[in-house]
Design a protein around this ligand. Structure first.
Ligand code: 4AD
Ligand code: MG
Length: 462
């Protein structure tokens, strides 16, 4: 009978029938008159068996790992006691090689394993991607982005696509990638926030999934030079609304993933024991966090007035207690999240530590010390900060003070300022690092595993 061409994920209803499947040889076991293949086509894995003459044709030697092949045969339910992906197996009656793969055995099995040098793994990322873990992470990433989009739709938040090429900075000049632009200077965007703010009076609440770029010389588990930034901006809200919204979007998105059989099984494989986080998330004011760190003996490196780490004679950094006004560094933040073990909203950072656009908290009468902002970071166990958000300055005078404090020339920001001139409103938003979120969800050691081709200082290949 004529064979039905199908993708592996669609095979189940075709059991008992003749089917034709194309893919790559993921696993191969050659015995005397029996060859077992696990075929991979991106949608799933299929076990196939070749017997007798089929294993002895002149081109049988092209049956090798990673060769592209077309297999035709009858799809049979595997007998009880035997297991196969999907619960069925292809008894092949005809096959052909579409693309041979000489030397793949060596390239894949010997070079790409857990012990491989990370720089080799990075150079061979295009081959690593064919593995079950890397492709599982990327498949989960696709499901995640799709679930976020569905969640935003339910909240009436509209998707827009802001530009990557910009002439203003959002998060400070220190991490901007500059490039010549038709005789002018332009940058790769650090955040689409300012553009999202301009969309509010036009489209209402908006979000985007856009690449952001950070020229940070950070070689850490959670920093990329280019990352996928999910950002949203909401009008007519309070700071409390903002945090509740972030919590709702994250929890609803995780629920959707767990209800999706493919995504749920990948989470189960990569992060067994994963449970959706309980609501509401713990909220901790910045000043409380400083106390918490000191109570738990978590110190930070002392710096001199110039921002250089102070070292003793042995060259060890001098460690000191945290004080109000200090930045909470990555190491301290991670220790705190790991000890507490649940998501934490850290909120109310001092204005001095934060960007020019953040709304200030009202000051209590007679209060001294730093001015705090309506800002929040969401910290997750194992990763630390995955979301940064804030209420934005709605008042024009206050915005000009912010420009001044950060040494920003207001001129190129005229369009951002206009937002306060024509129908200003209380509003706020946030940015979520997609790779960091995925690292949390899939329990990956580094964000470098959570994007197709990661970029970090010195690497833009492949
Ligand atoms: O905290 P950030 O810098 O905040 C902003 O850019 C705001 N303008 C966003 C907004 O309010 N619309 O970045 C937001 C998030 C971080 O919490 C982190 O998850 C991620 O972006 N992120 C990075 N992810 C990977 N590599 C980097 N170098 C990152 N820098 C920030
Ligand atoms: Mg941040």
């Amino acid at each position: 009978p004529k064979a039905t061409k199908a993708k592996i994920v669609k095979l189940e209803p075709l059991r008992g029938q003749r089917v034709r499947v194309s893919g790559w040889i993921h696993r191969l076991r050659i015995q005397q008159e029996l060859t077992f293949i696990v075929l991979r086509d991106g949608t799933g894995y299929l076990q196939a068996v070749l017997t007798g003459q089929l294993t002895k044709t002149y081109d049988a030697k092209t049956l090798e790992l990673e060769a592209a092949v077309e297999l035709t045969g009858t799809l049979q339910v595997v007998p009880e006691g035997k297991t196969a992906p999907g619960g069925h197996e292809l008894t092949v009656d005809f096959w052909r090689t579409l693309g041979s793969a000489p030397g793949a055995e060596d390239a894949f099995s010997n070079r790409l394993n857990e012990q491989s040098d990370p720089s080799i793994m990075a150079d061979l990322r295009h081959l690593v991607l064919r593995g079950e873990t890397a492709s599982g992470v990327l498949r989960l990433r696709a499901a995640l982005l799709s679930a976020f989009r569905t969640t935003y739709e339910a909240h009436n938040v509209l998707e827009v696509t802001p530009p990557c090429l910009v002439q203003t900075s959002v998060e400070g000049g220190a991490t901007l990638f500059q490039l010549p632009y038709y005789g002018q200077e332009a940058y790769l965007t650090q955040s689409s926030q300012l553009y999202l703010e301009t969309c509010l009076p036009s489209l209402g609440d908006v979000f985007c999934v856009q690449e952001s770029f950070r020229a940070e010389n950070s070689h850490t588990r959670r920093h990329l030079s280019e990352y996928t930034h999910l950002e949203a901006e909401l009008a007519f809200i309070t700071f409390n609304d903002l945090m509740s919204h972030i919590e709702a979007v994250i929890c609803e998105t995780v629920d959707k993933l767990l209800a999706n059989p493919i995504a749920a099984s990948i989470i189960q494989q990569l992060n067994p024991g994963f449970k959706a986080p309980a609501r509401p998330f713990k909220r901790m004011a910045y000043a409380e966090a400083i106390n918490w760190l000191n109570e738990h003996g978590i110190k930070h490196e002392a710096e001199d007035a110039g921002g250089n780490v102070i070292k003793d004679e042995q060259g060890n950094a001098k460690m000191v207690e945290h004080a109000i006004g200090d930045d909470i560094a990555e190491a301290a933040e991670r220790q705190m999240t790991d000890i507490i073990g649940t998501p934490i909203f850290l909120y109310g950072f001092p204005a001095e530590l934060k960007a020019f656009y953040m709304k200030k908290m009202p000051r209590e009468k007679g209060a001294t010390g730093p001015i705090f902002t309506e800002s929040c970071d969401l910290l997750m166990p194992n990763v630390g900060e995955i979301v940064g958000g804030s209420m934005r300055i709605a008042d024009m005078e206050e915005l000009f003070e912010g420009y001044k404090r950060e040494g920003i020339d207001p001129k190129p920001y005229y369009w951002y300022t206009d937002q306060r001139k024509y129908g200003t409103c209380e509003h706020g938003g946030y940015g979520l690092g997609v790779e960091r979120f995925l690292a949390w969800l899939a329990n990956r050691y580094t964000v470098r595993e959570c994007t197709l081709y990661p970029r970090w200082p010195g690497r833009a290949t492949p």
